[in-house]
Design a protein around this ligand. Structure first.
Ligand SMILES: Cc1cc2nc3c(=O)[nH]c(=O)nc-3n(C[C@H](O)[C@H](O)[C@H](O)COP(=O)(O)O)c2cc1C
Length: 192
Protein backbone atom coordinates (compact mmCIF):
# COMPACT_ATOMS: atom_id res chain seq x y z
CA UNK A 1 0.00 0.00 0.00
CA UNK A 2 1.26 3.46 -0.85
CA UNK A 3 -0.34 6.12 1.34
CA UNK A 4 -0.64 9.78 0.40
CA UNK A 5 -1.53 12.72 2.65
CA UNK A 6 -4.99 14.20 2.05
CA UNK A 7 -6.99 17.09 3.49
CA UNK A 8 -8.25 16.26 7.02
CA UNK A 9 -11.71 14.66 6.67
CA UNK A 10 -13.40 11.36 7.55
CA UNK A 11 -14.10 9.77 4.16
CA UNK A 12 -14.00 5.94 4.03
CA UNK A 13 -14.62 5.71 7.78
CA UNK A 14 -18.31 4.75 8.07
CA UNK A 15 -20.30 6.06 11.03
CA UNK A 16 -23.50 4.91 12.65
CA UNK A 17 -26.41 7.35 12.41
CA UNK A 18 -28.73 8.54 15.17
CA UNK A 19 -31.76 10.81 15.19
CA UNK A 20 -31.61 13.09 18.25
CA UNK A 21 -34.92 14.03 19.84
CA UNK A 22 -35.15 17.25 21.89
CA UNK A 23 -37.82 19.50 23.36
CA UNK A 24 -38.30 22.97 21.94
CA UNK A 25 -38.90 25.80 24.40
CA UNK A 26 -42.68 25.54 23.82
CA UNK A 27 -42.63 21.79 24.62
CA UNK A 28 -43.00 20.59 21.01
CA UNK A 29 -40.47 18.02 19.78
CA UNK A 30 -37.61 18.60 17.35
CA UNK A 31 -35.62 15.84 15.66
CA UNK A 32 -32.28 16.09 13.78
CA UNK A 33 -29.84 13.61 12.24
CA UNK A 34 -26.35 13.09 13.70
CA UNK A 35 -23.31 10.86 13.17
CA UNK A 36 -20.53 12.33 15.34
CA UNK A 37 -21.42 9.92 18.11
CA UNK A 38 -19.35 7.39 20.03
CA UNK A 39 -18.75 6.01 23.52
CA UNK A 40 -16.36 6.42 26.46
CA UNK A 41 -15.87 4.71 29.80
CA UNK A 42 -16.00 6.32 33.26
CA UNK A 43 -17.17 3.64 35.74
CA UNK A 44 -20.07 3.09 33.33
CA UNK A 45 -20.52 3.45 29.60
CA UNK A 46 -21.12 7.01 28.46
CA UNK A 47 -21.78 8.69 25.12
CA UNK A 48 -19.56 11.37 23.58
CA UNK A 49 -20.88 13.38 20.70
CA UNK A 50 -20.35 16.64 18.85
CA UNK A 51 -22.57 19.27 17.27
CA UNK A 52 -21.19 21.80 14.82
CA UNK A 53 -22.45 25.36 14.44
CA UNK A 54 -25.73 26.66 15.77
CA UNK A 55 -28.91 24.63 15.30
CA UNK A 56 -32.17 23.89 17.07
CA UNK A 57 -30.98 20.56 18.48
CA UNK A 58 -27.96 22.24 20.06
CA UNK A 59 -29.98 25.07 21.59
CA UNK A 60 -32.47 22.59 23.03
CA UNK A 61 -29.77 20.35 24.51
CA UNK A 62 -27.86 23.30 25.98
CA UNK A 63 -31.07 24.53 27.64
CA UNK A 64 -32.46 21.18 28.90
CA UNK A 65 -29.27 19.03 29.11
CA UNK A 66 -31.27 15.98 28.00
CA UNK A 67 -32.04 14.34 24.64
CA UNK A 68 -32.72 10.99 23.00
CA UNK A 69 -30.51 9.31 20.39
CA UNK A 70 -32.46 6.89 18.18
CA UNK A 71 -30.60 4.37 16.00
CA UNK A 72 -31.32 4.91 12.29
CA UNK A 73 -32.38 1.80 10.39
CA UNK A 74 -33.07 1.34 6.68
CA UNK A 75 -36.78 1.65 7.45
CA UNK A 76 -36.17 5.06 9.05
CA UNK A 77 -33.71 6.33 6.43
CA UNK A 78 -36.05 8.54 4.32
CA UNK A 79 -37.23 10.26 7.51
CA UNK A 80 -33.69 10.49 8.91
CA UNK A 81 -32.37 12.03 5.69
CA UNK A 82 -35.18 14.58 5.76
CA UNK A 83 -34.43 15.45 9.41
CA UNK A 84 -30.75 15.90 8.53
CA UNK A 85 -31.39 18.09 5.50
CA UNK A 86 -34.09 20.33 7.02
CA UNK A 87 -33.37 22.97 9.63
CA UNK A 88 -35.34 22.99 12.86
CA UNK A 89 -35.70 26.73 12.32
CA UNK A 90 -38.24 25.98 9.58
CA UNK A 91 -41.80 25.94 10.94
CA UNK A 92 -42.57 23.23 8.38
CA UNK A 93 -39.92 20.75 9.57
CA UNK A 94 -41.99 18.83 12.09
CA UNK A 95 -45.19 18.85 10.05
CA UNK A 96 -44.45 15.32 8.93
CA UNK A 97 -45.92 11.97 9.98
CA UNK A 98 -43.75 10.54 12.76
CA UNK A 99 -44.45 7.93 15.43
CA UNK A 100 -43.24 9.84 18.51
CA UNK A 101 -43.18 8.56 22.09
CA UNK A 102 -41.63 9.65 25.39
CA UNK A 103 -38.55 8.38 27.16
CA UNK A 104 -39.09 6.05 30.12
CA UNK A 105 -36.70 7.87 32.46
CA UNK A 106 -36.21 11.31 30.90
CA UNK A 107 -38.78 13.71 29.48
CA UNK A 108 -37.43 13.45 25.93
CA UNK A 109 -39.22 12.70 22.64
CA UNK A 110 -38.26 9.30 21.19
CA UNK A 111 -38.92 7.54 17.89
CA UNK A 112 -41.07 4.47 18.45
CA UNK A 113 -39.84 2.79 15.25
CA UNK A 114 -36.16 2.90 16.22
CA UNK A 115 -35.04 -0.43 17.77
CA UNK A 116 -32.45 1.19 20.08
CA UNK A 117 -32.97 4.52 21.83
CA UNK A 118 -30.61 6.10 24.34
CA UNK A 119 -32.00 8.53 26.91
CA UNK A 120 -29.06 10.85 27.52
CA UNK A 121 -28.19 13.49 30.08
CA UNK A 122 -25.24 15.78 29.35
CA UNK A 123 -22.60 15.74 32.11
CA UNK A 124 -20.11 18.06 30.42
CA UNK A 125 -20.30 20.58 27.59
CA UNK A 126 -16.90 21.27 26.05
CA UNK A 127 -17.42 24.34 23.85
CA UNK A 128 -15.11 24.82 20.89
CA UNK A 129 -14.71 27.79 18.52
CA UNK A 130 -17.76 26.80 16.49
CA UNK A 131 -19.11 23.50 17.74
CA UNK A 132 -19.53 21.76 21.07
CA UNK A 133 -18.45 18.35 22.36
CA UNK A 134 -20.74 16.72 24.91
CA UNK A 135 -20.10 13.91 27.38
CA UNK A 136 -23.35 12.24 28.32
CA UNK A 137 -24.62 9.77 30.88
CA UNK A 138 -26.81 6.99 29.53
CA UNK A 139 -29.82 7.30 31.81
CA UNK A 140 -31.68 4.53 30.01
CA UNK A 141 -31.57 2.35 26.90
CA UNK A 142 -34.89 1.45 25.27
CA UNK A 143 -34.46 -1.65 23.13
CA UNK A 144 -36.87 -3.60 20.94
CA UNK A 145 -37.68 -6.72 22.97
CA UNK A 146 -36.90 -8.87 19.91
CA UNK A 147 -33.22 -7.94 20.36
CA UNK A 148 -33.27 -9.80 23.69
CA UNK A 149 -34.78 -13.02 22.30
CA UNK A 150 -32.68 -16.18 22.23
CA UNK A 151 -34.26 -17.38 18.96
CA UNK A 152 -31.80 -15.57 16.70
CA UNK A 153 -28.09 -14.86 16.73
CA UNK A 154 -26.83 -11.28 17.14
CA UNK A 155 -25.73 -11.42 13.49
CA UNK A 156 -29.28 -12.29 12.39
CA UNK A 157 -30.72 -9.55 14.61
CA UNK A 158 -28.38 -6.95 13.11
CA UNK A 159 -29.41 -8.01 9.61
CA UNK A 160 -33.09 -7.73 10.66
CA UNK A 161 -32.81 -4.20 12.09
CA UNK A 162 -30.40 -3.06 9.33
CA UNK A 163 -28.64 -0.04 10.90
CA UNK A 164 -27.53 2.58 8.36
CA UNK A 165 -23.98 3.96 8.11
CA UNK A 166 -22.64 7.03 6.40
CA UNK A 167 -19.39 8.17 4.81
CA UNK A 168 -18.34 10.02 1.63
CA UNK A 169 -21.68 11.94 1.89
CA UNK A 170 -23.61 8.74 1.12
CA UNK A 171 -25.65 6.24 3.10
CA UNK A 172 -24.83 2.50 3.22
CA UNK A 173 -26.80 -0.52 4.36
CA UNK A 174 -25.56 -2.84 7.06
CA UNK A 175 -24.05 -5.16 4.44
CA UNK A 176 -22.52 -2.28 2.47
CA UNK A 177 -25.24 -1.64 -0.13
CA UNK A 178 -25.34 1.92 -1.46
CA UNK A 179 -28.53 3.61 -0.17
CA UNK A 180 -27.99 6.95 -1.92
CA UNK A 181 -26.36 10.33 -1.44
CA UNK A 182 -27.34 12.69 1.37
CA UNK A 183 -30.59 14.33 0.27
CA UNK A 184 -31.77 11.43 -1.90
CA UNK A 185 -33.64 9.00 0.42
CA UNK A 186 -35.94 11.80 1.64
CA UNK A 187 -37.45 12.01 -1.85
CA UNK A 188 -39.26 8.70 -1.09
CA UNK A 189 -41.05 10.34 1.84
CA UNK A 190 -44.72 11.05 1.35
CA UNK A 191 -45.74 14.27 3.10
CA UNK A 192 -49.35 14.06 4.30
C1 LIG B 1 -25.91 12.22 7.32
C2 LIG B 1 -25.91 13.44 8.19
C3 LIG B 1 -25.23 13.42 9.39
C4 LIG B 1 -25.18 14.57 10.20
N1 LIG B 1 -24.46 14.55 11.36
C5 LIG B 1 -24.31 15.69 12.09
C6 LIG B 1 -23.48 15.70 13.28
O1 LIG B 1 -22.96 14.67 13.73
N2 LIG B 1 -23.32 16.90 13.91
C7 LIG B 1 -23.92 18.05 13.48
O2 LIG B 1 -23.72 19.09 14.08
N3 LIG B 1 -24.77 18.04 12.41
C8 LIG B 1 -24.97 16.90 11.71
N4 LIG B 1 -25.79 16.88 10.61
C9 LIG B 1 -26.56 18.09 10.28
C10 LIG B 1 -27.89 18.17 11.06
O3 LIG B 1 -28.66 16.99 10.93
C11 LIG B 1 -28.71 19.36 10.51
O4 LIG B 1 -28.03 20.55 10.88
C12 LIG B 1 -30.15 19.38 11.00
O5 LIG B 1 -30.79 20.51 10.45
C13 LIG B 1 -30.24 19.43 12.53
O6 LIG B 1 -31.58 19.50 12.89
P1 LIG B 1 -32.14 20.79 13.70
O7 LIG B 1 -31.91 21.98 12.80
O8 LIG B 1 -33.59 20.47 13.90
O9 LIG B 1 -31.33 20.87 14.94
C14 LIG B 1 -25.88 15.74 9.80
C15 LIG B 1 -26.60 15.74 8.60
C16 LIG B 1 -26.62 14.60 7.80
C17 LIG B 1 -27.39 14.62 6.50
Amino acid sequence: MTKISVKPYNDFCPQTLFIYGTNNEDGTPDFGLFCWFSYYWDSEMGVMCAIGGSKTTRENIEREKIFSANLVTEELLPLADYLGCTSGRSDEKMKIGMDIGKGSVLDVPVLNLSPVTYELEVKDFIPQKDGVVMLCRMRNVLQDEKLLSKDKTDTEKLIDIAPVRTTCKRYFGYKGEDLGAWGEPMKALSRD
